[in-house]
Structures are given as structure tokens and as C-alpha cells.
Write a protein that binds this ligand. Structure first.
Ligand code: OAD
Length: 225
């Protein structure tokens, strides 16, 4: 089977009802990155950070994978599929995708301050005073600005073995994640309703579900014709 590597961002979950970050109604309209997504804020305002991610976790429990997530899972019948996501939601897993690498962490997990202990918390809250086994305050298992991206090297290895790279719903503004597309010579497809033109990238200008229907028809059609 050919190796289809899929690199997703907030746009793949938009039709499930989760806001993207940088669209006009996006999350950063209501919160500043500095307040809720920077390691420095964790040191100065843990309560606000915990509350922000507790809200995100509650919202995640109420939404469902959309057609784009479901088609990606179905593509495993035709390709070896590896998903690398910047998203902290679990919608790819809930849709049935079997290989999902989270570059920016996972909402349904918590960790100690040093990130050496990771535990599943599902959709529960993390409260001030909840302690990890080393006595440190439990925190969301999220990669904040100012922190290392530990899964990045693994993601590069995966991208380097791609026969096709499919990018869905990301503004490609956050590094190092955005640089992943530079690690392959394979054909690159980008599904996004407001794509930035990029040299050598085949653009499918559409929302994720519509774009995935088109991608599935074309690519699975090629395999069977
Ligand atoms: P952005 O909000 O920067 O970009 C979302 C992209 O999705 C844009 O290109 C939109 O045009 C597109 N989009 C909107 N609706 C869509 C739909 N229905 N279908 C497909 N695409 C759609 O989100 P990301 O690129 O994922 O990191 O942001 C990257 C990182 O920035 C996030 O992982 C997060 C944030 O800071 C951390 O929190 C560490």
C-alpha cells in the first residue's frame, strides 16, 4: 500500500464545531496567545490556564468527528495512513484512524510540571491543587509556545516516507510544525477554503469534508482504474 501522510490543523475540526485559532471568529479573537498558550503564563496564572483548557475539554466531549475525519479513517482501506496533527482534540482517533501523532499535545491527558509523567484524564477538569506523583501541580498535556515539540523528529521521519502528503486546514504559521511540508519530495495536496498559494502544492479550495470527498474520489479512483 502507498503511504499517505496527512498533516492536519484546526480547520479539519471546524465543521465539528471547534473554533480555529486565526479565522475571524477564531479562538485568538477572544483570548490572547500570551494568556492561554504560553509557558510563561503557566508560571504567573495557573488558574486561568487550567480554566481555559477545562473549557476546551468540556467542549470536546460535546462534539463529534465530522465527515473529513471519517473519510480519513476510511482511507485506511486503500492506503497506509499516518496522521500528524497539530490539534489537541481526539476527533481523528474517535473517527477510527489508527496512527495519529499529536505534535501539540492532547486535551484528554494531563502531566506533571516536568512532563515526565502523563496520565489519561478523559474529559475531567484539572484543578489547582491536583498533584502529580512527584508533588508538582498537574497541568494540561499541551505544547505551549516557548516549549519543545518532542514529537517533531518522529513527524519528520514519517513525512520523509510519504508517497503523498495531504495537508488539511492549517494556516502553516506556527513553527516548527509548519516546516514539515519541506521534508518531502512527494506530491503535496492542500485542502483549505482560504488557502495561501504555494509553489508545487495542489490546492483543493474547499472545506475539509467537501475537499476530502474530492480527494477520496480522485485518489481511490486512481488506485482502482
Ligand atoms: P489556524 O487557526 O492558524 O488555521 C486554520 C486554517 O483552517 C486556516 O487556514 C483556515 O482557512 C482553515 N479552515 C477554516 N475552516 C475550515 C474548514 N471548514 N475546513 C478546512 N479548513 C478550514 O490553525 P492551525 O494552523 O491549526 O498551537 O494553528 C496551528 C497552531 O496554532 C495550533 O496547533 C495551536 C495554535 O497556536 C498551539 O496551541 C501550540
Amino acid at each position: 500500500m502507498k503511504h499517505l501522510v496527512v498533516f492536519t490543523g484546526a480547520g479539519v475540526s471546524a465543521e465539528s464545531g471547534i473554533s480555529t485559532f486565526r479565522d475571524s471568529d477564531g479562538l485568538w479573537e477572544n483570548y490572547s496567545v500570551q494568556q492561554v498558550a504560553h509557558i510563561d503564563s503557566w508560571h504567573t496564572n495557573k488558574a486561568l490556564m487550567l480554566d481555559f483548557y477545562n473549557q476546551r475539554r468540556k467542549q470536546l466531549q460535546q462534539v463529534e468527528p465530522n465527515e473529513a475525519h471519517l473519510i480519513l479513517a476510511e482511507l485506511e482501506q486503500h492506503f497506509k495512513v499516518s496522521i500528524i496533527t497539530q490539534n489537541v482534540d481526539n476527533l481523528h482517533e474517535r473517527a477510527g484512524s489508527s496512527t495519529v501523532i499529536h505534535l501539540h499535545g492532547e486535551l484528554t491527558k494531563a502531566c506533571n510540571e516536568r512532563k515526565t509523567e502523563v496520565i489519561d484524564i478523559a474529559y475531567g477538569d484539572i484543578n489547582l491543587g491536583d498533584k502529580a506523583s512527584d508533588g508538582s501541580q498537574l497541568r494540561p498535556f499541551i505544547v505551549w509556545f516557548g516549549e519543545q515539540v518532542p514529537m517533531f523528529d518522529k513527524a519528520i521521519d514519517i513525512v520523509q516516507t510519504a508517497d503523498i502528503l495531504l495537508v488539511i486546514g492549517t494556516s502553516l504559521q506556527v513553527y516548527p510544525a509548519a516546516s514539515l511540508i519541506n521534508y518531502t519530495d512527494a506530491p503535496i495536496y492542500l485542502i483549505d477554503p482560504k488557502p495561501e498559494p504555494r509553489k508545487g502544492v495542489t490546492i483543493i479550495q474547499a472545506k475539509a469534508s467537501e475537499g476530502m470527498r474530492q480527494f477520496f474520489r480522485e485518489q481511490v479512483g486512481k488506485l482502482t482504474s
